[in-house]
Design a protein. Structure first.
Length: 200
């Protein structure tokens, strides 16, 4: 798990924890649990919402750590500035990652699906929250892996499809060098995430 601190932001949104899980075996149950938590009422509902109070992101669609951090930071800024478009800061991360403004599409594409096998779990919280990694591991049945393994998971064809980059002129000059193409795609996608709140 990696953690980042943004000391200039309000304390309740100043700390971000990221974890990559591979070989996830309970994605369908996890998705059902998230839906059920959103519908429960009373103290049981509050407890269940706290248990799944994370952003669950399909790791195949994340190009780099910077791509992910940009979306997280944009979501936090939206929350702090009162311009959030979704119900929570964690669902706002999914919205920030999606190239369109459709919230349902963002959750469907970037959130956990029944077939997800690689998952990034994000928690935005105060620095006082303890045992974040244990909380993540208690709900995701998978292998906690270093974020450096993200490069082996990314589905570049899907990223290019969702961002409509297959006809991108910048990619035509680098088609013979897949590593260079990936760097260009990452630059375009990360820039798109950074600019989305301005363009929306």
């Amino acid at each position: 798990m990696q953690s980042f601190r943004y000391a200039h932001l309000p304390p309740e949104f100043s700390t971000v924890h990221l974890a990559l899980f591979k070989h996830v075996a309970n994605s369908a149950q996890l998705r059902s649990r998230i839906v059920r938590a959103s519908q429960l009422e009373g103290p049981d509902g509050d407890a269940e919402r706290e248990a799944v109070n994370f952003a669950f992101i399909d790791a195949r669609l994340i190009c780099s750590l910077l791509h992910l951090q940009t979306a997280v930071y944009q979501a936090i800024l939206a929350q702090v500035q009162g311009s959030i478009r979704t119900k929570t800061v964690h669902s706002e991360v999914l919205w920030a990652l999606n190239p369109t403004n459709n919230i349902t599409e963002a959750i469907r594409r970037y959130g956990v699906a029944d077939t997800t096998t690689s998952l990034i779990v994000v928690r935005i919280c105060s620095p006082d929250l303890d045992d974040v990694q244990q909380r993540m591991s208690s709900i995701v049945m998978g292998t906690l892996s270093p974020m450096s393994q993200l490069a082996t998971i990314t589905d570049w064809a899907s990223v290019k499809k969702y961002y409509k980059l297959n006809g991108e002129p910048a990619l035509k000059t680098v088609t013979k060098d897949s590593e260079e193409e990936r760097l260009v795609v990452d630059d375009i996608v990360t820039s798109s995430v950074a600019m989305k709140s301005v363009m929306a």
